[in-house]
Write a protein that binds this ligand. Sequence first.
Ligand SMILES: NC(=O)c1ccc[n+]([C@@H]2O[C@H](COP(=O)([O-])OP(=O)(O)OC[C@H]3O[C@@H](n4cnc5c(N)ncnc54)[C@H](OP(=O)(O)O)[C@@H]3O)[C@@H](O)[C@H]2O)c1
Length: 263
Amino acid sequence: MPQGLAVVTGASNGIGLELAKVLATEGYDLIVCAESARLAEAVADLQALGANVTSVTADLATREGVDRLWEQVQAAGRPLDIACINAGVGVGGKFVETDLDEELNLIHLNCGHTVHFAKHVVRQMVPRGAGKILFTASIAGEMVAPREAVYAASKAFVLSFAHSLRYELKDTGVTVTALQPGPTDTDFFHRAGMDDTQAGSEGKQESQPADVARQGYEALLAGKDHVYAANFKTKLEGALANFVPGELKGKMHDDMAKPLAEK
Ligand SMILES: NC(=O)c1ccc[n+]([C@@H]2O[C@H](COP(=O)([O-])OP(=O)(O)OC[C@H]3O[C@@H](n4cnc5c(N)ncnc54)[C@H](OP(=O)(O)O)[C@@H]3O)[C@@H](O)[C@H]2O)c1
């Protein structure tokens, strides 16, 4: 018997793929979504783990894309037990130089799809009085983040949204957990144009997406409000985030996010 039905957005690679693998291993049926054709490879990996997988290729930075994914969730004809709202992108560089269209796309995906998909999910889970939602935020949501200003703001949005929603839903049987990774070894930095930074080279190698996903899943099952993942450094930075002065947080982040050639 399957454990239940879980959906993961941004499941073609990185943290989302690893979340889907954990859920597959734990016996969940899966609905997975990404925009690119590489989703097919992820589906094959998940099926190899024995999972029953439905895949949806959709651009979640658009309203139509989110609605198409939701139509597939409804087509399953059974309740959704877990929603991992994870798809996201970054844009690296100084705001004065970065591309506005890329940043607006980032906002549509990181913030827009999060709110839009959560609306569907919450309206299905709350009347049933059961369900678990995992939002992939970031430790960046609590940082002062030069050279990732719009990205960090989008993750502060996700984090605030997750905490507020958690409070609203506390008596409904639906739990909300924020996953807050530090730099992790995925395509994220390459895609954000940050290969030539400390975070995008050695920094990310200190945390593997499989560890982030496992810790996120365990926090989700335990109904925790958030988890910093995956390594000790990220957990320490998270614990200290409210005590470190903004100027110092800004300097630390600038060092990690500037091109190595500028150091
Ligand atoms: N890696 C880190 O250091 C780090 C740290 C903190 C938080 N995070 C967060 O973790 C989440 C996952 O990122 P990752 O690190 O795993 O990066 P990743 O390897 O680049 O994976 C991103 C996922 O999002 C999907 N995606 C991107 N644009 C999309 C769109 N328009 N519509 C649908 N799917 C889309 C990608 O699918 P396709 O490109 O195949 O369509 C991919 O599956 C993000 O929310 C990110 O902000 C990452």
